[in-house]
Design a binder for this molecule. Structure first.
Ligand SMILES: [Zn+2]
Length: 191
């Protein structure tokens, strides 16, 4: 909505940028604030460019047919994992076909809720997990994907909504650790 962006544009400082918000002073904010600059606001873009991917170029479609990455097959939805991650474990509750959340009916919503709850519980009971965060970004690709992220226990600096920013900077979690956890999650989801 154009008014939303205009209001934001009216709030920029003398340098044409917004000032960092209160999040920058949180203990869990990954960056020191000295020298921190907010990116300039971009132009209004409606209609939005189409960002949907075809099933052939969709990583989620690929994961669904990769035994190693498939954790569970339900009715209309399933659970997969990325081929690697920098956290204790990451899993995605996804639709089995290339469709978005907009396409789900009530029954699909119910299955999604059930699978999110069960995947959450399976990941939360893994050793060394402090918390599991649930997010839907999907980012216009066109394939429903709810991302569950397991934060390492005792590493409190990673807690909350900055987890993904931290994760981006952390070293890769060893493949064999992820494989072992995938087995446990797969078994829990099969129960
Ligand atoms: Zn897809």
């Amino acid at each position: 909505m154009r008014e939303f962006l205009e209001r934001a544009q009216a709030a920029v400082g003398d340098d044409g940028r917004l000032v960092p918000g209160s999040m920058a002073s949180w203990d869990v904010f990954p960056f020191e604030t000295a020298g921190l600059r907010v990116r300039s606001l971009e132009e209004y873009a409606v209609p939005e460019p189409d960002r949907t991917r075809t099933p052939e170029s969709c990583g989620t479609c690929r994961a669904l047919v990769t035994d190693d990455l498939l954790l569970h097959t339900g009715e209309r939805l399933g659970v997969v994992r990325p081929s690697g991650c920098n956290l204790v474990f990451v899993a995605n509750v996804v639709s089995r076909s290339h469709e978005s959340l907009d396409d789900l009916d009530d029954e699909g919503h119910a299955e999604m809720g059930r699978l999110i709850g069960r995947t959450y519980r399976a990941m939360k009971s893994l050793e060394g997990v402090g918390n599991v965060h649930v997010n839907k970004w999907e980012n216009g690709g066109g394939h429903l994907s709810v991302t569950l992220l397991a934060r390492p226990e005792g590493v409190l600096q990673l807690r909350g909504s900055n987890l993904t920013v931290w994760a981006d900077m952390l070293p890769a979690t060893p493949r064999e650790e992820l494989d072992a956890r995938a087995e446990l999650v797969r078994a829990a989801l099969a129960r």
